[in-house]
Design a protein around this ligand. Structure first.
Ligand code: ATP
Ligand code: MG
Length: 253
């Protein structure tokens, strides 16, 4: 049983023109076994929250805390955060030309596990996960994300999730750009991972569609750089019907 606590988190994005405050006092606690959906308008800071937790250098935490089982995540390097069990599937996965997917995955697994996975087991593990995600074996030799379609990138993020086995997974719009079949395949992979591992999931999404596949225990409205409302599944339906107006005007005052 693990707990990820975000307490009164304030963070800036670092730009050439100086720092710009984005997160404005985020409070959220996720326990292993729970899935929390985060929904909110464009530009409200959802990706900023995920980057701040993962330790992206362009985001600076100005106050507040992120604790993983009481340990201060903000003092950890990006590597240490991954080793501690944090995982981020990015909204816009980066391309790494010249590094093959298979080398990248093995290096990442070695870094997170603390030792290189035994080759024979590893090859089988990767193959099984790739086939579950309907990823053709030719991708193993392609450069990381280079020339991948939007949906292919998203599938590879979930492949990393399945192989790196985090305690907490932040999935930032993993459903965006997936066709109907891919959405089902990716959701099944996430659900499989959830049922076989004690994982806490933060699922950032704009659509209730994915929540029909991956059931959230909690739904949070994110507006103006913080969580402004929390509820159960029904809150997602309410948002779909009514939009965010109510929350954006409240957040603005
Ligand atoms: N380099 C930057 N320079 C200026 N503003 C930035 C920079 N990076 C991010 N921002 C601003 O920070 C705000 C929060 O962005 P963020 O990506 O966290 O939003 P989001 O909630 O994830 O939106 P979306 O739903 O569209 O993904 C936005 O207004 C964005 O324009
Ligand atoms: Mg975003």
């Amino acid at each position: 049983m693990a707990t990820l606590e975000i307490k009164d988190l304030h963070a800036d994005v670092v730009t050439d023109e100086g720092n710009k405050p984005i997160l404005n006092g985020v409070n959220l606690t996720i326990r292993s076994g729970e899935t929390h959906a985060i929904m909110g308008p464009n530009g409200s800071g959802k990706s900023t929250l995920s980057y701040a937790i993962a330790g992206h250098p362009k985001y600076e935490v100005t106050s507040g805390e992120v604790l993983l089982d009481g340990e201060n995540v903000l003092e950890m390097s990006v590597d240490e955060r991954a080793r501690a069990g944090l995982f981020l599937a990015m909204q816009y996965p980066v391309e790494v030309p010249g590094v093959s997917m298979s080398n990248f995955l093995r290096s990442a697994a070695t870094a997170v596990r603390g030792e290189a996975p035994k080759l024979r087991h590893w090859v089988k593990e990767v193959k099984d996960e790739m086939s579950q995600l309907d990823i053709s074996s030719e991708f193993a030799e392609r450069s990381v994300n280079e020339g991948f379609s939007g949906g292919e990138k998203k599938r590879h993020e979930i492949l990393q999730l399945a192989l790196l086995k985090p305690k907490f997974a932040i999935l930032d719009e993993t459903d965006s750009g997936l066709d109907v079949d891919a959405l089902r395949t990716v959701s099944e992979a996430v659900n499989d991972y959830k049922s076989n591992n004690e994982v806490g999931v933060m699922l950032i999404t704009h659509y209730t569609r994915i929540l029909k596949h991956i059931e959230p225990d909690f739904v949070h409205v994110f507006a103006g750089g913080k969580v402004v409302q929390s509820g159960g599944k029904e809150l997602a339906d309410e948002l779909e019907a009514d939009g965010y107006v109510k929350y954006t005007t409240e957040a603005a005052v």
